[in-house]
Design a protein around this ligand. Structure first.
Ligand code: ZN
Length: 361
């Protein structure tokens, strides 16, 4: 009898775990349009599990504000530029209080999504979970002069009997034509990005060569009169490029999951970005997917920390709307909170696991 119940429980649990990533994302797309294989969907399930850990740790840090513990609250200064009074009992300025609210709201939105509650209402038009694609095959290259289609897939006739082009509808957002238009038949919408393909290698915000790991496509409404409603049904979606879902190569300096990380010790300190899990890229994308205002300002660890704290509180630095700042913060808190037994917690205040000094508060 016991055995029977245990086996039944095991089966039920297995079924539940299998359902969860398919409830959170829509994977049901044609095979040649970025369909995630069964193995890839299982891996995304593991990314979801890691992301739940990361957001729980980040929200735990939020909950610790009342402890006034400098060792923990200093992480908010390093990664979000949030300043405190000398005794860490209150925010140092109004902007820090506002940035704190933004950080809290973003983390709550990510958690709600991972818990199966969907996207915030202002991002959700179809009532269906957002698409997750593996690879960028759903995006077909288009030319700016090609005729555009609306949400129904129909061409759009102008008053003079000619048809709207992609340039007519979207050109105003990309005046230099340095972006390439792509069309996704699955989503019946356009995406615009630099480079020959959405997942191709590109340049980062500082102009350095960079590998596109993953991206979130957000709806962009065409600039025209009379036909806006024909485009009003796009939800954001996520693409995991091969490099963020395939087994990492040695040179990629990545591991797959949090559980693959080798925890730094006193005699072997590490940098926070020396070896990141692929699940941390997924977490970065979740902050884009579940909010309207989290964008990409800086990627490198040193830029994220420097720019977060460079400002003197006259304005917010913008770190609270930078996806990579969330990812690095959540990773730093994860390290701090989960040292193996007998190991000193890693303190990435300035990006190294053995940083003794807080960044000036
Ligand atoms: Zn991003």
């Amino acid at each position: 009898m016991w055995l029977f119940i245990q086996r039944l429980l095991f089966l039920v649990l297995g079924f539940t775990a299998c359902l969860s990533q398919a409830q959170i994302f829509t994977f049901n797309v044609p095979a040649d349009q970025g369909l995630c294989s069964d193995a890839q969907q299982t891996k995304i399930g593991q990314f979801i599990s890691d992301a739940k850990t990361l957001v729980a740790d980040a929200l735990w840090a939020i909950d610790q504000r009342k402890t006034h513990n400098p060792a923990l609250l200093a992480f908010f200064t390093s990664y979000f530029g949030i300043r405190w009074t000398a005794d860490y009992s209150r925010f140092g300025d109004t902007q820090s209080a506002l940035a704190w609210e933004t950080v809290h709201d973003t983390l709550k939105a990510v958690k709600a999504f991972l818990d199966g509650n969907g996207l915030p209402a202002e991002l959700q038009f179809t009532g269906r979970p957002p698409f997750a694609f593996c690879g960028d095959a759903t995006y077909q290259t288009r030319g700016w002069g090609d005729m555009a289609v609306d949400y129904q897939g129909d061409q759009i006739e102008k008053d003079d009997g000619t048809y709207e082009t992609i340039w007519d509808l979207y050109g105003i957002d990309f005046p230099e034509r340095s972006f390439t238009p792509f069309y996704s038949p699955v989503q019946r919408g356009y995406a615009f990005t630099h480079g020959s393909r959405p997942c191709a290698d590109t340049v980062d915000l500082d102009g350095n060569p960079a590998q596109t790991m993953a991206f979130v496509a957000k709806p962009l409404f065409p600039k025209t009169t009379g036909t806006i409603e024909a485009f009003g049904k796009l939800d954001p979606s996520m693409v995991l490029c091969d490099v963020s879902i395939d087994i990492p190569a040695e040179r990629d300096n990545m591991v797959e999951f949090l559980s693959d990380i080798e925890y730094p010790t006193a005699d072997k300190p590490t940098g926070l970005d020396d070896k990141l899990p692929q699940s941390s890229s997924f977490f970065h994308e979740l902050t884009h997917l579940t909010t309207t205002d989290v964008t990409d300002r800086w990627y490198p660890l040193d830029s994220c920390i420097k720019n977060a704290v460079a400002d003197n509180g006259i304005q917010t630095s913008g770190a609270e709307t930078n996806a990579q700042s969330y990812m690095l913060f959540a990773m730093a808190i994860w390290y701090y909170r989960h040292p193996p037994a007998g190991v000193t917690p890693a303190t990435f205040y300035q990006g190294r696991s053995n940083d003794k000094l807080h960044i000036d508060n």
